[in-house]
Design a protein around this ligand. Structure first.
Ligand code: FES
Length: 147
């Protein structure tokens, strides 16, 4: 049994310890806001916050999460939208929307550490892939959310 914390709730998974966190979240916990894109750690659709770091959940086993604190898009903000989500909505950052949860999680982690990021900071931290090409709006939203 693997035990850790997801969105401030204790979880116990009776799954193969090598199960990727992404599939435990989606299939066992029904937290389907975390998306599957590539499965190889490249696209960023599956990014969650693990102990304050933006991590592709497709590349982390549940065994590696033992005793750690995981936050998904569903747990990012308790009562209302997180500032990043508010600015993303205000600027219509989303196009098809599939990559947005991972983008929001990566942006939230970045802004926790760097509240006023430069474009270079944003480009270094947000390596998520978006086939719609929302990158200019994404940079603007992250700059505004940090203000
Ligand atoms: Fe995890 Fe693409 S699905 S990085």
């Amino acid at each position: 049994m693997t035990k850790f914390t997801v969105n401030n709730q204790p979880v116990e998974y009776l799954l193969d310890p090598e199960t990727p966190l992404l599939w435990a979240l989606r299939d066992a916990s029904n937290l389907t806001g975390t998306k599957y894109g590539c499965g190889t750690g490249e696209c960023g659709a599956c990014i969650v916050d693990i102990d304050g770091a933006a991590v592709p959940s497709c590349r982390v086993s549940i065994a590696a999460c033992e005793g750690r604190f995981v936050t998904t898009i569903e747990g990012l903000s308790r009562d209302r939208s997180h500032p990043v989500q508010q600015v993303f909505a205000a600027l219509n950052v989303s196009q098809c929307g599939y990559c947005i949860p991972g983008m929001v999680m990566a942006a939230a982690v970045l802004l926790k550490r760097t509240p006023a990021p430069t474009d270079a900071d944003i480009d270094a931290a947000i390596t998520n892939i978006c086939r719609c090409g929302i990158y200019p709006r994404l940079r603007e939203a992250i700059r505004r959310a940090g203000r």
